[in-house]
Design a binder for this molecule. Structure first.
Ligand SMILES: *Cc1c(COP(=O)(O)O)cnc(C)c1O
Length: 419
């Protein structure tokens, strides 16, 4: 599949993106997005679209959501001047602190919003999918708060690898369903969650974890995560004396990045840069850099870029950070790349580790390994520019990554001894 647009078409889609006119009625972001789902799923998706239109921007729903974001999630999250990194990089570096949100990452903004929506729509139970378990924990917490039962599908391989998050979900009252089908990881878990939803779409609500999937999910998740960018934009104007020259966010499925970037799309003097997982190298299977190296295709109900081989087989990915380890990406990012509004680059496992250590030492903040990719990208950008204002989306905290970080320390120690 090849997608080519004329310059006139690109300019018009850029205008529509900035004006907030996308997705269109069919859920399309230009050539990307849409609703490529089995017939059995279509009525449930249509009903969800209707529910969103009726409730999401309605006054009493927004009032309830905002009260919970303030009292329970802890919003607004801080904007922190990164004194140590600024001195090292020769720039003014500001951090939008989603690590300070309840459960330790931006994922709660989406989970809470959708759990409240599920309740509004009269659902009696929520189903969700999770890979590394971070979205499962956020969904379990949000459902407990809202008072609705929650079942989380998780690949059997991930259940094994991510035992602490499985325990956390259990403590929060969720049922965790281990999926042995397919690759027994995130992709299979998503398939099973959709299947569960289709079997009872009136009573169930499917709470999807990133800005991916069939319409209306990429739109819904963007709307719920845009609070990151709205807060950061006004905090930059108030505290930093102006908008950033460049803003950075890591990109897995793309929810924290679209949340930070969307309110900044119209600020033409702000460069927007998404950083993907460069893994161990540029070969297929060695990374999860979907926007940098992927090709158009359909995965989980939408047309976007994805990592596939020449026969269209979706390929396994690799990243040191579980949250970036996904072969697809949200369709809005594919469009923002196509029209040139956002640039996408990759940072390798090693660059992310180094950036994480620098942030710990310079700022006293342990970021998530996912987030560390954004720091690596920002650091590279700052190297040949001085005195610029940089905004980094600090999507989550790194306590969950301690086993990986300890193993990396031991490995590096062994290497040094051998040398
Ligand atoms: C899950 C996760 C991500 C990646 O997901 P997106 O949808 O791309 O934001 C990034 N950072 C953290 C801390 C995460 O937990």
């Amino acid at each position: 599949m090849k997608i080519e647009l004329s310059e006139v078409q690109q300019a018009e889609l850029l205008r529509q993106s900035i004006a907030g006119e996308l997705p269109d009625e069919q859920g399309r972001f230009g050539p990307f997005g849409g609703r490529y789902a089995p017939e059995t799923l279509m009525p449930a998706l249509a009903r969800l679209s209707d529910g969103i239109r009726e409730h999401l921007h309605e006054h009493s729903f927004q009032a309830e959501l905002n009260a919970e974001l303030t009292q329970w999630v802890g919003r607004p999250t801080a904007l922190t001047f990164a004194r140590g990194l600024s001195a090292r990089w020769g720039a003014a570096v500001w951090l939008k602190r989603e690590d300070l949100a309840h459960t330790g990452a931006h994922k709660i903004n989406n989970a809470l919003g959708q759990a409240l929506l599920a309740k509004r729509l009269g659902a009696e139970r929520v189903v969700a999918e999770t890979g590394a378990g971070q979205h499962g924990v956020a969904a379990a917490a949000a459902c407990a708060r809202v008072g609705i039962p929650c079942a989380v599908y998780m690949g059997a391989v991930d259940v094994e690898r991510q035992a602490p998050n499985v325990d956390r979900m259990h403590q929060l009252g969720a049922e965790v369903i281990s999926v042995t089908a397919g690759d027994a990881t995130l992709r299979a878990a998503i398939d099973e969650a959709f299947r569960d939803w289709v079997s009872d779409p009136e009573r169930s609500y499917y709470l999807l974890g990133s800005a991916v999937g069939p319409h209306p999910y990429p739109y819904l998740v963007r709307e719920l995560q845009s609070i990151i960018g709205r807060e950061a934009r006004s905090q930059m104007l108030r505290l930093a004396g102006g908008l950033p020259n460049a803003a950075f966010a890591c990109v897995g499925g793309g929810s924290n990045a679209i949340g930070l970037f969307y309110p900044l799309l119209g600020d033409a003097d702000t460069e927007l840069i998404g950083i993907e997982a460069g893994g161990t190298g540029s070969g297929l299977g060695q990374n999860a850099a979907t926007l940098v190296t992927g090709t158009p295709g359909i995965l989980h109900g939408s047309l976007s870029l994805l990592l596939q081989d020449q026969d269209g087989q979706v390929r396994e990915t690799h990243s040191i950070s579980a949250g970036l380890d996904y072969s697809g990406v949200g369709p809005e990012h594919a469009l923002l790349k196509l029209v040139g509004r956002v640039r996408y680059e990759a940072a390798t496992d090693d660059e992310a580790l180094e950036a994480l250590r620098e942030c710990c030492a310079a700022e006293g903040i342990l970021p998530a390994l996912e987030t560390a990719h954004a720091f690596a990208g920002a650091r590279r950008w700052a190297a040949d520019k001085r005195g610029k204002r940089i905004l980094i989306g600090l999507s989550g905290r790194g306590d969950k990554d301690m086993p990986t970080l300890s193993a990396a320390l031991r490995r590096d120690g062994a290497k040094e001894q051998a040398a």
